[in-house]
Design a protein around this ligand. Sequence first.
Ligand code: SIN
Length: 319
Amino acid sequence: MNAILSARPAASLPQELKDDIDLRPLTGHIGAEIHGLDLRRALGAPTVAAIRAALRQWKVVFFRDQVLTHAEHVAFARQFGEPTIGHPVYGYVEGHPQVYSVGRNRFQSRHEGEQLIRPWTGWHTDVTAAVNPPAASILRGVVIPPYGGDTQWTNLVQAYSGLSPTLRAFVDGLRGIHRFAPPEGQNATDEFLRKNRSRPLVSEHPLVRVHPESGERALYVSPLFLQTVTGLTPRESRQLLELLFEHVVRPEYTVRFRWQEGSLAFWDNNSTAHLAPRDIYDLEFDRQLYRVTLKGEIPFGVDGTRSTAIEGEPLEAYE
Ligand code: SIN
């Protein structure tokens, strides 16, 4: 079982956990800031439980004024689960195999020349092309532009609840193919990365994922990676996905976070998707963040059937 989110589901935070953290919700459905902690220090068990419960309820939690080293970032993450390799294709920060560098220009070329930018273009849940996508991600801001560069998250449980019962019943039984093709010309000294960069990563997941800890149903559609719905014609698949992608990014399910140096965002990857900013490519400011992801389990759908790997290896914990 996944170590992250191992506390009981919390419709709202129990009083004894509330006493442990200063929690400030940001919207009706997603996102809360947590104040009053120093994440450089080991957290006590009650505080870890309170953060887990807050994450369960709010899906993404934010901390301010936490200037961490890479080692402190990884140590914070370890209190909630097992870190994976920084990124299974793009790699990691030299000397810190669990830390992935989220630099300003990492995806610029992917955005250039894109034919059609839709409201959901770029939204994704981390590494859903793997059969066991990360359970959670922890992103820390180091160099932040004076304006621009915000990140957005959406609550996929709330999005599922927002569908009609008829459409929910239809998508409950569907599965889809998530695919990530490594960019050309990548090489690596690391054996694991070399293997991953030589072929696409492809998995089939349920469109509705049952949360491994809370049992909540999430509309598990990751617009960047989900390519087709199994068993539908290409036209049916495209049109259904457009409907679902448009639905999951509706503003009422989302939160938008303004970074500061020392901000840290911790999100449940089982029940959210997020959007990295594009406006930074029109600005000249630098932006540098670092991410640690926690190992996840193989998703299962409403009927209990697990996801299947089509190409590529599962993500492993990285000691
Ligand atoms: C990510 O997609 O994990 C990074 C988001 C960001 O750059 O804001």
